[in-house]
Design a protein around this ligand. Structure first.
Ligand code: MG
Length: 360
């Protein structure tokens, strides 16, 4: 079957959710999740779907796909994933190693992998070398509530829903301690702070937080690329995680060489699946665990799900703790007893129905 790309489309979906909007994401609507999808069409008739990051940046990324990046794909061979990943990054690097143009490339890369799975007749996680499996364990990635009562109630609900690990987004140490008290000492707890502190502040926080026994403290330092200071946080005695703001294999290498991380968190909707696979191999060489970042709910979510399913052991899959009355990617966006079902159809294994994209 011919695999020449003939068409590139972008669709911006607004999917209603219930929950509390996290500060800093800047979604256009406080009650809708923005999901930016990329669709590649080949002359053989197959289509591949990807997702490009995200949230308040979706419109800018959509413009990058439609006015710039998409045109470069027409006539390319969809089977040349590694070559396209390299050539497109080289061609567009002067527009930034991260941001809307790079996110557009990531979405296209995911769509190429969806096509590869369909060409092979395999679900993506099997194409990537994973053993057959029905589901993967997930952690509840809570919003930043900033209030003890709401936070404790959310923790209790996550436990009741069957999650065995919870990630907070609080930056108040007292709230992190309250969450630890609420779930008890044996429960797996993480704290994602999204780069709020100077290096000196982060060192102080790391000293006071050691009693919380966190699985990891995520992105404690501003700016996110300050690997030397995150390495110091780790030496103080708190396990560290970062990666969603890293732009390439080379930046992960800087963190690994500085002994800065216990857990690396590449984001497929930001850097693509091809680059993420390189990060996983490098992380293994440095003895660093990989737990992909996944703060989205479209084809990038599915790609991260397949990636986790393909990895040996029980890597925890990140699922934002929001509820969707309806989802274009149901049932795979719903956790059941703390686990997420893995799609078994070829490629990503799930596509949005026509009614979701007709207004995209
Ligand atoms: Mg994070």
């Amino acid at each position: 079957m011919s695999t020449i790309i003939t068409k590139v489309d972008a669709f911006l979906l607004q999917v209603p959710f219930t929950g509390i909007l996290r500060t800093g994401i800047d979604t256009a609507s406080p009650s809708d999740m923005a999901i930016l999808l990329v669709r590649l069409t080949t002359d053989g008739g197959l289509t591949g779907w990807g997702e490009a990051f995200g949230h308040g940046c979706c419109r800018a990324t959509k413009e990058a796909i439609e006015s710039l990046v998409g045109q470069a794909l027409i006539g390319a061979d969809a089977g040349d994933i590694a070559g396209l990943s390299l050539r497109l990054q080289q061609r567009f690097h002067l527009f930034g190693r991260t941001g809307p143009v790079r996110y557009a490339l990531a979405g296209i890369d995911i769509a190429l992998w969806d096509l590869a799975g369909k060409f092979a007749g395999l679900p993506l996680y099997r194409l990537l070398g994973g053993q057959p499996r029905e589901a993967v364990p997930a952690y509840a990635s809570l919003e930043r509530y900033g209030a003890r009562e709401t936070l404790v109630a959310a923790c209790e609900r996550a436990v009741a829903e069957g999650y065995r690990a919870i990630k907070l987004h609080e930056i108040d140490i007292g709230l992190i301690e309250a969450a630890r008290q609420a779930v008890g000492p044996g429960y797996m707890l993480m704290a994602d702070t999204n780069c709020p502190w100077t290096a000196e502040e982060a060192f102080d926080k790391a000293r006071t937080i050691t009693g919380c026994n966190l699985r990891w403290l995520e992105e404690p330092v501003w700016p996110p690329e300050d690997h030397a200071s995150i390495a110091t946080v780790r030496r103080i005695g708190t396990k560290t995680a970062a990666g969603e703001n890293m732009v390439s294999l080379m930046e992960f290498r800087n963190f690994f060489e500085a002994d800065a991380l216990d857990v690396a968190q590449p984001s497929v909707a930001k850097i693509g699946l091809t680059e993420t696979l390189k990060v996983i191999a490098l992380a293994e060489a440095f003895g660093v665990t990989v737990a992909p970042h996944c703060a989205y709910f479209g084809s990038g979510y599915l790609a991260a799900l397949h990636l986790v399913a393909a990895m040996p052991g029980d890597i925890l899959f990140e699922r934002l703790f929001l509820d969707f009355p309806a989802s274009p990617f149901a049932p795979f966006t719903t956790a059941i007893d703390g686990t997420i079902a893995v799609p078994q159809s070829p490629g990503l294994g799930c596509e949005p129905a026509a009614e979701w994209i007709q207004h995209g």
